[in-house]
Design a binder for this molecule. Structure first.
Ligand code: ATP
Ligand code: MG
Length: 260
């Protein structure tokens, strides 16, 4: 059985892409078959995996979704890239933003990505979708085809306050489009353990949400090494295997795998 997980938060720069990469590669290291889908026109996941010029790529998520929308072509395995660290990738580039605009007028606009994922998921144990920082049509598509949502939250006051809107949107998608959608958990990222402030924020999240939503025990530390990997094209396990961020992402991987 494949599990589809969206990594989502409309707040920008909270660690979604870093989490998608290192959870995906973490699961692959545990022997799981993993597909990562870049759901952001910025192509950050694609770039983070070492494909530095996504806008020059010919076949991307936008190509596949256009094929589905126009009923010209359903799925082509040409769009899947095999990464050397054992994960597969459907890349994205700026064309995805044009597609998002076109989606607005399409029939069944919220479930285009579901048609795609349904075609591929039997080949994988996990499909992980890196969402863009908005609650627009692409993120709704990702939520509509997912089993669960993992919510990275930067351990700071304002990002934590912004969670309500995301949780409301998830509830709406659950009721209208995808009954099986659950929240995998809230993941605190960029935690600066030297400060009391980080501890206060962690406590605020646990106190506010833990009766309704799982808050991962793993905290992702603030780490210069973690910040550097997006330019390296590799995971934290390759780049800094003994560092605290690698250990944290390994622990997160175990928490997610145990919950499957
Ligand atoms: P966007 O909303 O733009 O898609 P995002 O939520 O995907 O952003 P990332 O791109 O993963 O967030 O991270 C934002 C920035 O913070 C990046 O420059 C990244 O390298 C850095 N970063 C990610 N995780 C950490 C960490 N644990 N410690 C320090 N810096 C980090
Ligand atoms: Mg991102």
């Amino acid at each position: 059985m494949c599990k589809v997980i969206s990594v989502a938060n409309q707040k920008g720069g909270v660690g979604k892409t870093t989490t998608a990469v290192n959870l995906g590669i973490g699961l692959a290291k545990e022997g799981k078959k993993v597909l990562l889908i870049d759901g952001d026109p910025q192509g950050s996941l694609t770039i983070s995996l070492g494909y530095r010029e996504p806008d020059g790529m010919e076949v991307t998520l936008a190509t596949l979704l256009t094929g589905i929308m126009e009923e010209t072509e359903f799925f082509s395995s040409d769009a899947i890239i095999h990464h050397e660290e054992g994960v597969d990738l459907i890349p994205a580039n700026i064309e995805l933003s044009t597609l998002e605009i076109n989606l607005v007028n399409a029939m069944s606009r919220e479930v285009m990505m579901r048609s795609l994922v349904e075609c591929i998921k039997s080949d994988y144990d996990y499909v992980i979708i890196d969402c863009m920082p908005s609650l627009g049509m692409l993120t709704i598509n990702a939520l509509a085809c997912s089993d669960s949502v993992l919510i990275p939250v930067q351990a700071a006051y304002l990002p934590v306050k912004g969670l309500e809107q995301l949780i409301k949107t998830i509830g709406r998608v659950q009721r209208r489009l995808n009954k099986k959608l659950t929240i995998e958990g809230i993941l605190l990222t960029m935690v600066d353990s030297r400060t009391n402030f980080a501890k206060d924020i962690s406590k605020l999240v646990v106190d506010t949400y833990s009766n309704q939503i799982k808050v991962f025990e793993t905290l992702i530390p603030l780490s210069v090494r973690a910040a550097e990997i997006s330019a390296e094209g590799s995971s934290i396990y390759e780049y800094d295997p003994k560092g605290k961020a690698a250990l944290a992402y390994k622990n997160l991987t175990e928490e997610v795998a145990c919950h499957a």
